[in-house]
Design a protein around this ligand. Structure first.
Ligand code: E4P
Length: 219
């Protein structure tokens, strides 16, 4: 399973790169706004900065919701760097835009996916990535991980090439569950990635190893 980081924060992206485990980045309009990146020029400049430091794919979301608008915005984004993936919402016009980009060989990430039916349509349209939102499904007391399992099973039966990018990951446990459910990729905040590291027995064990070493090597 590949690891993407879900942020527009350059320091966090660099920290994940330093860990040596980062395969890509996803952003969305809320994450850009959170970093104070506003206005067309600044947003474009920020995507360029992210694409320069990241080797893997970087999802950049269109703001337009009409077909023509999504096409012109998506083409402009795709021209920014080779690793840009055009992120498109799961709406009727979005499916048309994904079909268009798929024919043109431009990578897409279909976002805001909450059902198996939506997943089938996006895969059929030729989306490169599909983003089911695990945490937001959990937020309304449904089961986000079950959705990943269901989509993974359908994609395997049907042989769809679209990669399942489990999104809206909120905890380290979500990452483990997404791996078991068959996600191809998880995109998550840095805190969830770092949360995978922690186990009290590791800390206790390391302290004991070092204590024993220092006792035996005194003087
Ligand atoms: C997906 O690509 C989105 O950027 C993101 O994962 C949404 O996460 P949230 O539900 O925590 O906002």
């Amino acid at each position: 399973m590949k690891f993407f980081i879900d942020t527009a924060n350059l320091d966090q992206i660099k920290e994940a790169i330093d860990l040596g485990i980062l395969d890509g980045v996803t952003t969305n309009p809320s994450l850009m706004a959170k970093e104070g990146i506003t206005g067309d020029k600044n947003i474009i400049a920020h995507y360029k900065k992210i694409c320069k430091i990241v080797e893997g794919d970087v999802s950049a979301e269109v703001i337009a919701t009409d077909y023509k608008g999504m096409i012109s915005e998506g083409e402009r984004l795709a021209d920014l760097a080779d690793n840009i993936v055009v992120k498109i919402p799961m709406i009727k016009e979005g499916i048309k835009a994904i079909s268009y980009f798929s024919e043109k060989g431009i990578n897409t990430n279909c976002t805001l996916v909450f059902s198996a039916g939506q997943a089938i349509l996006a895969a059929k349209a030729g989306a490169t990535y599909l983003s089911p939102f695990v945490g937001r499904v959990d937020d309304i007391s449904w089961d986000g991980i079950k959705l990943i399992e269901e989509i993974a099973s359908i994609f395997s039966i049907q042989g769809y090439m679209t990669e399942i990018l489990a999104a809206s990951i909120r905890t380290p446990l979500h990452i483990v569950q997404a791996a078991k459910a068959g996600a191809d990729i998880v995109t998550c905040p840095l805190s969830s990635i770092l949360g995978l590291l922690y186990h009290p027995l590791t800390d206790i064990g390391l302290a004991k190893f070092l204590e024993d070493h220092h006792k035996a090597n005194k003087g």
